[in-house]
Ligand binder design. Structure first.
Ligand SMILES: [Zn+2]
Ligand SMILES: [Zn+2]
Length: 239
């Protein structure tokens, strides 16, 4: 069975941002497949672009009727942020996740926090660029990235954010890896020169994005090995 990555984005995400999102995910997968020619004809992990979707028949039921519903339900007016843990829970509990287990990635225009409401209230200045449940689901925001002045840097930063969270969605770095990692809440991070390093702020994101743009491939050797084994695992399941 092919495993899908379902990719959605909210209203207001520009065509250019959509292109960076889809191109980044595609190019990571393609790079991996080109190094394992046996899977090229039947890619074990594929992308489903749903974009900003709505199911008119469900609007009257008031739940899971479209991308905007996830935002409306997880947005906190006082904090002016989407509450990441709520958004991720809604995504993981959606009915079609049970029907057909898949990975999820969402790009949103709203500001985001990776804290629960109660903790976020104590740290009103804190924000997250993205947050994820490793091996499953990620939500990323363009809100802070849009404050970067340079268009090229904005593009690199968004691409870096997407690549990082694609890594998390595919389960990187493995929690069982006992070296070159640090723990941050649910997420484990790589400490090599690697896209799986953590970034707290948009300035840090821009800095690492520029630094890594000189690397042809953005994952370190250890993370790359883990990516290959994810592909191998799903390729094996397929046959
Ligand atoms: Zn991370
Ligand atoms: Zn790494």
């Amino acid at each position: 069975m092919t495993k899908y990555i379902s990719v959605t984005w909210t209203e207001g995400i520009s065509e250019q941002e959509t292109n960076v999102l889809t191109h980044t995910v595609d190019s990571v997968l393609k790079w991996l497949y080109l190094r394992r020619p046996s899977v090229l004809h039947h890619p074990p992990i594929m992308v489903h672009l749903f974009g900003n979707w709505v199911i008119p028949e469900l609007v009257s039921t008031d739940v899971y009727w479209g991308t905007q519903w996830y935002i409306d339900t997880s947005y906190n007016d006082a904090l002016q942020r989407v509450i990441g843990p709520v958004f991720l829970d809604l995504t993981r509990q959606e009915p079609w996740q049970q029907l057909d287990p898949h990975f999820d990635m969402a790009l949103i225009t709203q500001d985001l926090t990776d804290l629960t409401v109660r903790v976020a209230e104590l740290q009103p200045d804190h924000y997250a660029l993205g947050t994820s449940v490793p091996g499953s689901t990620a939500v990323m925001s363009v809100h802070r990235i849009r404050s970067l002045a340079d268009e090229h840097v904005r593009e690199l930063a968004l691409s870096r954010l997407v690549r990082h969270h694609l890594g998390h969605v595919l389960g990187l770095p493995r929690p069982t890896r006992d070296h070159k990692t640090t723990r941050m809440g649910l997420e484990t991070h790589c400490t090599n020169r690697c896209v799986m390093r953590h970034t707290d702020t948009v300035e840090e994101l821009a800095k690492l994005a520029l630094e890594e743009s000189e690397m042809g491939w953005h994952f370190c050797e250890q993370c790359t090995r883990e990516l290959h084994s994810v592909v191998a695992r799903y390729a094996f399941n397929w046959s």
